[in-house]
Ligand binder design. Structure first.
Ligand code: ADP
Length: 352
């Protein structure tokens, strides 16, 4: 098991910069996700770690080894891609044994290792099946077993669940997370799916436009986003135009909706009178009776089963609120006047 260090890692294709200088230290045993929209440079970063793409500049260390110039097969990594890269003309057992045969292991040793890997991925009894006899999820398990059997120092996963249907994705994400924890293998996971990243990761690096915008635990990323991009990419947020009034003790006072609202003190300073964005997540908007907060009017109501989602207007700006659909919570009707508020700790002021 090893940690991974990326030092000012850059990849350009002529004018096009795919990765614009990434510095990252992924800890030993960590499940680290690179999360971001399509084209932000996630796969390029992962493929540079794997050795399939040569960096334009910068350095990659696995453990204490500088692997920047090493070919993939010398890096001691395992990689699983989105499209299940298993050989259709080989049985499951042959697929898993493939890497060990290349390494000239003894047949008895290979048999033991294959049986163990099949057990690890929960596919005992599948030895003699072929790709066409496997579901998508099973194929990804085989792809993982084929990698794990070689005992790599690090595991790289490039959108391994995105070809699977939703139910299977749900199941597999918990399964992969559990397996990773059991093995304790340092893992880098590439995804554009925020739910996967939040559920599976120890830490997430949110990427945009060839750079990492924020690194943090799922909770830090979700509850303490540092930029507007992070807050809107991960989950949903109300982003409101507000004016900063100034510091009030350990809070920041802002002007919004004809009143003063308090929020957490932001990391950076905001001058009084400056325009800013106030960010609050729909589940943190509290709807109360008129007089208990900022005056609001219900514009629409959407029933979502476990949740009811309201769109409200507050001083001409849209505010979305989500409420648990519980029997003791009265539903609101369109046009109804009410009030909204939130816990200052659950709101954030960011640069406009
Ligand atoms: P992601 O994995 O986040 O979707 P990629 O790492 O695949 O993004 O790509 C990042 C950027 O680099 C994109 O703009 C993409 O078009 C560009 N890119 C990737 N590979 C090449 C290539 N071989 N030649 C030119 N541009 C590339």
């Amino acid at each position: 098991m090893s940690d991974i260090q990326l030092r000012n890692l850059v990849k350009s294709y002529g004018e096009n910069v795919a990765v614009a200088g990434i510095d990252l230290h992924i800890q030993q045993g960590e499940f680290f996700s690179l999360l971001g929209p399509s084209g932000c440079g996630k796969s390029t970063t992962l493929r540079m770690i794997a050795g399939f793409i040569r960096p334009t500049s910068g350095q990659i260390l696995i453990g204490s080894d500088d692997v920047t110039r090493l070919p993939p097969e010398k890096r001691d990594i395992g990689i699983v891609f989105q499209n299940y890269a298993i050989f259709p003309h080989m049985s499951v057992a042959e697929n898993i044994a493939f890497g060990l045969k290349l390494r000239k292991k003894k047949p008895a040793e290979i048999d033991t290792a294959v049986a163990f890997a099949l057990k690890q991925v929960g596919l005992m009894g599948y030895e003699n099946r072929y790709q066409r006899q496997l579901s998508g999820g099973e194929q990804q398990r085989v792809a993982l077993a084929r990698v794990l059997v070689t005992h790599p120092r690090i595991l790289l996963l490039d959108e391994p669940l995105s070809a699977l249907d939703k139910a299977l994705r749900e199941e597999m994400k918990y399964w992969i997370k559990d397996l990773q924890k059991t093995l304790g293998i340092t893992t880098v996971y590439v995804t554009h799916d925020q739910d996967e990243a939040l559920t599976m990761s120890d830490r997430i690096g949110v990427m945009q436009k060839a750079r990492i915008e924020q690194v943090g635990t799922p909770q830090e990323i979700y509850e303490r986003p540092k930029t507007l991009f992070v807050t809107t990419f991960i989950g949903q947020s109300n982003v409101l135009n507000v004016t900063v009034k100034g510091r009030e003790g350990d809070r920041l006072a802002i002007e919004f909706g004809g009143g003063t609202v308090l929020t957490r003190l932001p990391a950076s300073d905001f001058a009084a009178g400056s325009a800013a964005k106030l960010v609050v997540r729909p589940e943190n908007v509290i709807i109360g009776e008129a007089g208990t907060g900022l005056p609001a009017t219900v514009v629409s109501e959407t029933y979502q089963g476990a949740l009811v989602r309201y769109r409200l207007t507050v001083s001409g700006q849209d505010v979305v609120a989500e409420r648990q659909n519980q029997s003791h919570v009265a539903r609101l009707s369109v046009g109804q006047t009410c009030a909204v508020s939130w816990d200052p700790e659950r709101s954030e002021v960011l640069v406009a």
